[in-house]
Design a protein around this ligand. Structure first.
Ligand code: CA
Length: 225
């Protein structure tokens, strides 16, 4: 699941991003309205989390831009306590839900899950597949040949990324930024270890082998030749 968070306040933005990543989401964080709108229109997200007061253009304008472009991605608004009247405005403009700051992460996550469930029915399939491997995005379950495979949150995110971009060689730097939120200079041994563990769970005892290392380039998940 891919989530766009638009939040200019570094502390809140990083807190939300970190929490969502630890829960197993792939997260992009935009620090101002224009960046947020640009990402929302050019990338495919399952959910957008939108702060109201943003530099550049505000949350209302970002939401209006998203809806004007015909995107029906669920939008969760974050409003400050003194902007409570604005909630009504947000819902009128096509926000799907709102949350008043400050909030507990558990409540935030519950809202996120509800919106994703609601959105999942009308949007893209909630399953990603390759050969007999199936990843259920809503129930966060993975099976191969019908057998349940238990993955950690990170392994799930990693597999989701590989499945979404099947056939594409993904460089370690990309995996690091998308799944671990680390930058290019970080210790990429973490990724090698995670890929090895993931491969043991997904490919050992099954044919065809789906996850391959492309020497010097990265990793690819492919079902066929
Ligand atoms: Ca703000």
């Amino acid at each position: 699941m891919r989530v766009l968070t638009v939040e200019d306040e570094p502390k809140t933005g990083n807190y939300l991003r970190q929490g969502l990543i630890e829960t197993g989401f792939v997260v992009d964080l935009a620090r101002d309205g224009l960046d947020g709108l640009h990402l929302a229109l050019t990338e495919a997200y399952d959910l957008v989390i939108l702060d109201v007061m943003l530099p550049g253009i505000d949350g209302w304008q970002v939401l209006a831009g998203i809806r004007k472009a015909g995107k029906d991605v669920p939008v969760l608004f974050l409003t400050a306590r003194d902007e409570v009247d604005d909630r009504v405005k947000g819902l009128e403009l096509g926000a799907d839900d709102y949350l008043v700051k400050p909030f507990a992460f558990s409540e935030f996550l519950a809202r996120v899950r509800t919106l994703l469930r609601r959105g999942g029915k009308t949007k893209e399939s909630a399953f990603l597949r390759a050969a007999d491997l199936e990843l259920d995005l809503m129930r966060r379950r993975v099976t191969r040949s019908g057998q349940r495979i238990d993955l950690t949150a990170k392994e799930f995110s990693l597999l989701e990324l590989l499945l979404r971009r099947q056939g594409e060689v993904l460089p370690r730097s990309l995996i690091a930024s998308q799944v671990w939120d680390m930058n290019f200079d970080s210790d990429t041994n973490v990724i090698e270890v995670a890929i090895r563990r993931l491969r043991a769970k997904v490919d050992d005892g099954f044919e065809p082998k789906l996850i391959r290392t492309v020497r010097g380039m990265g990793y690819v998940l492919e079902a066929g030749e």
